[in-house]
Design a binder for this molecule. Structure first.
Ligand SMILES: *Cc1c(COP(=O)(O)O)cnc(C)c1O
Length: 470
């Protein structure tokens, strides 16, 4: 590729990226293409000959855009997703252009050093032990996996078993205690770790989905030997936080390792107004948290934080590099991967863009918007908000149709209509025995007008569907 072609293809990509982002507020919030339509758009025989970069990039945008979800749009409340801060996105373009493979500090010093500094910033912002170690992974799924690998190694080491060397076969059993409403990816992590997705002690939760401290203590009482307890900061439907102080006290009395799945909720620690929700979690042993949810880093980005850096390195270090660190921090010692993109740069840029104050305001604003939406929705006769809206999640249950029938089908049809109309995007979930609408306010682009217009769209879809059924 000539210099001129190089400049043209990168400029084209940047221009397309900017146009897409500028148009996000006006785009429908659902993809216009279904999966089948998107597949038909891309469907083509294996290319025999190469083509010009500028043509390829133009074609990619043309084929993909109709099937893109408008996750960066201001009225996107589906799942729990951030909006990819534009400065983080710009950094991400550089990351790709620089082609750094960040595993080893000598090979890629800038990428490795930047991660070391960003790790320090994260521990400061989240107010976690300053000597904890941080692995830069792809998402909270891998953050939880990484932390739980460290946990598995350490609780077995305490009973004289070296799982890193000898594996799990023949090892003393590890007890895993989990809240009954843990995120599904916790069970994936347990599966990858050979601990079994089903061989757990499930702890009863209250009506907000928080582990009950008394039930936790009862579950723990008969257990001996290696124990891992998995807690949650931010329940996926309610946003609720487990009672950390009580859990940690009971767990540490039995030398159990306590992990926190804080994929989005851990960010309350960076918000003066909400920090109280996370009281006590700083005494846990490991924490998984996403960048690409509340921090708004571009995908993909999350952090595996472990109090005992040696346990972290024993679990993840490649070859013998987990032996005592020298001057340099080798990124590959803290993540499952050897070769990976230098995602620390995007976190660096995003934290620089917000600053501590900006993150504090973002979390507080999203929580206030969630409360605003919850208040307006629950003021409507027949609409019930099931959770205490302490955070950014709102679980909405719709009442009866005009025949007086309460049905999950009505809620499902309402969600489908909201998504079809595209004014905003909400998803659904099954919680407490019923279909709910789940609203997650997790973006930087959402304002009060968006929240209000979205409530209008939700109610109007419900009225239409309710009437249609009568
Ligand atoms: C989103 C989420 C996860 C999984 O995170 P990914 O970034 O999608 O891998 C785990 N736990 C909770 C509570 C979540 O909200």
């Amino acid at each position: 590729m000539s210099d001129r072609e190089l400049r043209a293809v990168l400029a084209d990509a940047a221009a397309l990226a900017a146009s897409y982002r500028e148009s996000a507020p006006e785009r429908p919030h659902r993809p216009q293409h279904t999966y089948a339509e998107a597949r038909a758009a891309f469907d083509a025989p294996t290319p025999e000959r190469g083509a010009a970069g500028a043509d390829i990039i133009a074609e990619l945008a043309r084929l993909a855009e109709p099937g893109l979800a408008n996750i960066i749009g201001p009225r996107f409340f589906g799942w729990v997703m951030g909006q990819s801060h534009p400065t983080g996105v710009a950094a991400d373009l550089l990351i790709s252009a620089w082609g750094q493979n960040v595993g080893n500090a000598h090979a890629t010093p800038s990428a490795s050093a930047c991660e070391e500094v960003v790790a320090r910033w994260l521990l400061d912002l989240l107010d976690l032990p300053r000597d904890a170690s941080v692995g830069f992974v792809s998402g909270a799924t891998m953050a939880n996996f990484t932390c739980l690998a460290a946990a598995r190694g350490e609780v077995l080491r305490r009973v004289g078993w070296d799982v890193e060397a000898d594996g799990l076969i023949g090892a003393p059993p590890v007890h895993v205690v989990v809240g009954a409403e843990a995120h599904s990816t916790i069970f994936s992590a347990l599966r990858y770790l050979g601990l079994g997705a089903k061989r757990i002690v499930a702890v009863a939760v209250d009506e907000q989905g928080k582990m009950r401290a008394d039930a936790f203590a009862r579950a723990l009482a008969p257990l001996d030997g290696p124990i891992i307890a998995i807690t949650q900061a931010g329940h996926i439907n309610s946003g609720a936080f487990d009672p950390f102080a009580q859990i940690v006290e009971a767990a540490h009395a039995k030398r159990a390792w306590v992990h926190v799945d804080g994929a989005f909720g851990l960010w309350v620690r960076a918000c003066k107004d909400r920090a109280h929700l996370g009281n006590g979690l700083q005494s846990c042993d490991s924490w998984g948290v996403d960048g690409h949810k509340w921090l708004q880093t571009p995908y993909d980005s999350a952090y595996a934080i472990v109090r005992d850096a040696d346990a972290h390195r024993r679990a993840m270090g490649i070859a013998a590099s987990y032996l005592p660190e020298g001057e340099e921090r080798h990124p590959a010692d803290y993540t499952p991967e050897l070769s990976r993109r230098a995602r620390g740069f995007a976190t660096w840029a995003t934290i620089r863009a917000f600053g501590r104050e900006g993150i504090d305001e973002l979390v507080a604003r999203d929580c206030a918007l969630a409360r605003r939406m919850a208040e307006r929705l629950s003021a409507e006769h027949g609409v019930e908000v099931l959770n205490d809206v302490v955070l950014n999640q709102v679980a909405v249950r719709l009442g009866a149709d005009l025949d007086g029938e309460v049905s999950d089908a009505l809620t499902q049809r309402t969600i489908a209509r909201i998504q079809r109309e595209g004014e905003c995007f909400v998803g659904g979930a099954h919680w407490r025995g019923r279909q709910i609408i789940r609203i997650s306010v997790c973006g930087m682009n959402t304002g009060e007008a968006d929240a209000d217009a979205s409530v209008d769209a939700i109610l109007s879809a419900w009225w239409t569907e309710r009437g249609a059924n009568a």
